[in-house]
Every structure is written in structure tokens, then in C-alpha cells.
Design a protein around this ligand. Structure first.
Ligand code: C5P
Length: 310
């Protein structure tokens, strides 16, 4: 730590949300988790996490932006948990504290790993704030302890996740993909969707089915038509069973000409793949007019993971 006052300013980190292009799940394991084979893509909707020094052991958090009122500001907040964990493992918990501001744009409990993104951003931001010498793979290992999606929020781009979805290898992805995201005015809890999955498929093998080879080939050859055809999400049927209105939303997108339509992660956000920016504009206007969603937003992917911006 350098002299007093040099850390008075905020450290700011930007972090992207994700969609799962493929999410294959095995049956519930003895630890309560599901083994996954999933392809993540980071997309251009970003939260920001700002941190600055606070009194030792103090981690006050303020949340602004969309759906801010839905984010807990107690010690269950993932950014707070991340900061505490980092201070404990790599810093000096008697010396470190952080004031945290989260600017939300990624939907809350929306299937886009928004909470995990904030945890990832807080790990990175606090490692700068406290001048800690933490290698990227060490941050990822801390991230794993916070939640299955945190390592991907640090890494960004396109990656294959196995284990709980937290053991990552990069996926070769050429080109940029244009998505329309439709945000619901309700939430779906990930554990609840997994429980519904367990009820629907009680005899599921614990090992997940493979990610379609055609999907990986589509990414490698920059083929959005083939990608759209091979999008797959084993949590989609359970999510639709819990919120049937999403089925109509997906069908409307496909009828309008989307190359593919899928529930993102455990939902309820739906992601529609389009062939170009202009078709994405047309589709977003159409979906926005249906009255089936809270908001519609165009994004591109892949984009970078958590990054320092000041
Ligand atoms: O890891 P994270 O806390 O983000 O996961 C939230 C919940 O989602 C877990 O408590 C678990 O119920 C479920 N989950 C799962 N299998 C995974 C990832 C998450 O069952 N691979």
C-alpha cells in the first residue's frame, strides 16, 4: 500500500453479462450441483463496479441503475463477498475495507450472470485498490468459490465450461454476433429452475450430454445461420414450464426471422440471434411492441471479460 491519500479515488471495473449458447446439464450430483457442458459468450451489456478505500473491515455497498432495488446490499451481495474473500485470502483483513458502488445494467436474476459479474468485477477492482499481487488464475480460483459463473465473468469472450460450468477453456470464435435480448418483468431463481429440471428428468445421468459439435464448428467458421440452428439449453423447458409466456416470446422472435432463439441460462432473459445489426434493429422494435417483456436491448458478442477502466 502506498502513502495515504493516493487511493482516495475510485477504481472502476467494467464487466459484461453472458448468454449460454449451449447449456447441457447432467442430473443433480451428491453435492447438490449439476455437472454442465456449456458454451458461454460474453455480450455487450455491462455493469460497473467502483471501489475505494473504507475503514478496515467495512464494506458498504450502494447499487444504482436498472433494477437496483432488487439487489441485496447486505453481506450476501456477491461484490461484498468477493471483496471480503480477497481481503481474507490475499490481503490483510484487519487493514482492508472498501466502499463499493455497483451500476447495474445486466438484468438481476435474469440468467445473464449479473451477480457473478459484480463479484468478478469486485475481485479485480479490489486487487488494484489494495495493490495485491494476485495472478489471473488465482483470481479465477477465488471466483470459483463465489459462484459457478464468476470465472467466466473474469475471462469473457467465448469459452467452454465444464464441471459446475466453472472450469473453462477458450473456444475459437470468429466474427461478431448480433443479439437481441428481451428482459422479463419477473425473475427466475437459478436453484428453482434446476429443481424443476430435476423433477422433469428424475433419471438423468449425472454426466452432461456433449455440446453440439456443429455449434463449435459454427463459431469457428463465423456462421450465424448454423449457430442459430444449434443453440441448445437444457434449462429452457424447465424455465418455460415455470413461465409459459416465454414460449410465445421465443416463437414470435423465430416467426419474425431470428436465426435462433433461446432462454439465457436459467432465464427469464431470452436471446435472439440475428444476421446483422439492421435485422437486430427490426427485431428489437417488433419484440418491444408485443408487450411481452420489460425491455429489449441489442448487444454484440463476444466481448472482453472484467476490465479496469480507470
Ligand atoms: O454457483 P452459483 O451460486 O451461481 O449457483 C447458484 C445455484 O444454481 C446453486 O446453488 C445450485 O442450486 C444451482 N447450480 C447447479 N449446478 C451448477 C450451477 C448452479 O445446480 N452447475
Amino acid at each position: 500500500m502506498t502513502s495515504q491519500g493516493s487511493h482516495a479515488d475510485w477504481v472502476r471495473v467494467r464487466v459484461a453479462g453472458k448468454v449460454n449458447l449451449a447449456l447441457r446439464s447432467g442430473g443433480r450430483g451428491p453435492d447438490g450441483y449439476h455437472q454442465l457442458a456449456t458454451v458461454f459468450q460474453a455480450v455487450s451489456i455491462h455493469d460497473e463496479v467502483l471501489v475505494r478505500d473504507a475503514a478496515p473491515g467495512h464494506f458498504p455497498v450502494t447499487v444504482t441503475g436498472e433494477q437496483a432495488d432488487l439487489v441485496p446490499t447486505d453481506d450476501t451481495n456477491l461484490a461484498v463477498r468477493a471483496a471480503r474473500l480477497l481481503a481474507h485470502e490475499y490481503g490483510d483483513p484487519r487493514r482492508h475495507g472498501a466502499e463499493i458502488v455497483i451500476r447495474k445494467a445486466i438484468p438481476v436474476t435474469g440468467g445473464m450472470a449479473g451477480g457473478s459479474a459484480d463479484g468478478a468485477a469486485a475481485l479485480l477492482a479490489c486487487s488494484y485498490l489494495w495493490d495485491l499481487d494476485v495472478a489471473p488464475e488465482e483470481l479465477a480460483a477465488l471466483g470459483q468459490r463465489l459462484g459457478a459463473d464468476v470465472p467466466f465473468a473474469l475471462a469473457g469472450q467465448t469459452a467452454l465450461g465444464t464441471g459446475r460450468g466453472d472450469e473453462l477453456v477458450p473456444v475459437l470464435s470468429r466474427g461478431s454476433y448480433h443479439w437481441v435480448l428481451a428482459f422479463a418483468d419477473f425473475q427466475l431463481s437459478t436453484p428453482a429452475v434446476f429443481r424443476r429440471f430435476d423433477q422433469m428428468y428424475p433419471d438423468r445421468d449425472p454426466a452432461p450430454p456433449p455440446v453440439p459439435q456443429e455449434l463449435l464448428e459454427a463459431l469457428a467458421s463465423s456462421d450465424p445461420v448454423a449457430l442459430g440452428r444449434h443453440l441448445v439449453n437444457d434449462l429452457q423447458e424447465p424455465a418455460l414450464a415455470m413461465q409459459p409466456s416465454l414460449r410465445r416470446l421465443l416463437a414470435e422472435g423465430m416467426a419474425f426471422g431470428a436465426l435462433g432463439a433461446i432462454v439465457s441460462g436459467s432465464g427469464p432473459t431470452c436471446a435472439f440471434l440475428t444476421s446483422s445489426e439492421s435485422t437486430a434493429v427490426d427485431l428489437s422494435v417488433h419484440l418491444g411492441g408485443l408487450g411481452l417483456c420489460r425491455a429489449v436491448r441489442r448487444v454484440v458478442g463476444p466481448v472482453a471479460g472484467a476490465r479496469l477502466v480507470s
